[in-house]
Design a protein around this ligand. Sequence first.
Ligand code: OAD
Length: 253
Amino acid sequence: MMRESTIQTIADACLTARHVVVVTGAGLSAESGLSTFRGPREALWSRYDPMRLATPEAFEQDPALVTRWYDWRRQAGLQARPNAGHLALVCLERIVTASGVGFTLLTQNVDRLHHRAGSVNVYELHGSIHEWRCTVTGQSFEPPPQPFQEFPPRSPFDPRGRLRPAVVWFGEPLPAEVLRVAAEAMESCDVFFSIGTSSVVYPAAGFAEQVIARGGLTIEVNPNETPISGRVNHAARESSGSWLPRLIAHISL
Ligand code: OAD
């Protein structure tokens, strides 16, 4: 467990920083009951083949299977509630911005739990499972919470169109505006947190290295080792739901 004095050092750095940047991954939502992608046997990519579910080719080949799977995950997301980790990040944003420090939350999660918790300056690198897009017109909307009745769902925008989740699949570009915000954030970031991500999917996996190169303070929160663990200044081998509230306790003391 990370020493209280180390957490105090990190807390102090947050209050005197220019820009605190946080990148989150599926591990942060694990304590809300949502599956991670990699790791234990129940992880999504241990049970399902990403090439059959999370690529444009998969959608072309079997749109019913793909949309059914994403609607199942959408339902799970709707039933989940933000956990102590999400709520602590809301506090972190409020406290540092009140001190005039910039704060940007970049999430790889598509579950919208950061928004539901109350985070404000949050950007979804991989889109959202709660938005669906017409294959013909490209228009997107948030469908009602009930499961879809047919797969693939019919588009309300064009009779020839079908709906697909507005998430980023393997082989697809990330949203340009989000990439721009992320690039800007990384340029001014001097305190960086990597939380609940395996740090193997780019571009998020490369963010820590950019901050290290510029001499910023880097912190990882993850019960397991990742490719960046040996590179960051501090690695908390703890769950985000327990470590982040400890950080907040030190900041507000
Ligand atoms: P992963 O499933 O790859 O990694 C989750 C990480 O969370 C692992 O390193 C776990 O050790 C850690 N973890 C588990 N429980 C935790 C807890 N309670 N607190 C903190 N950490 C915990 O998820 P991501 O890194 O988010 O992309 O995956 C990145 C991308 O790969 C996803 O956005 C998704 C996936 O393929 C697409 O679908 C395009």
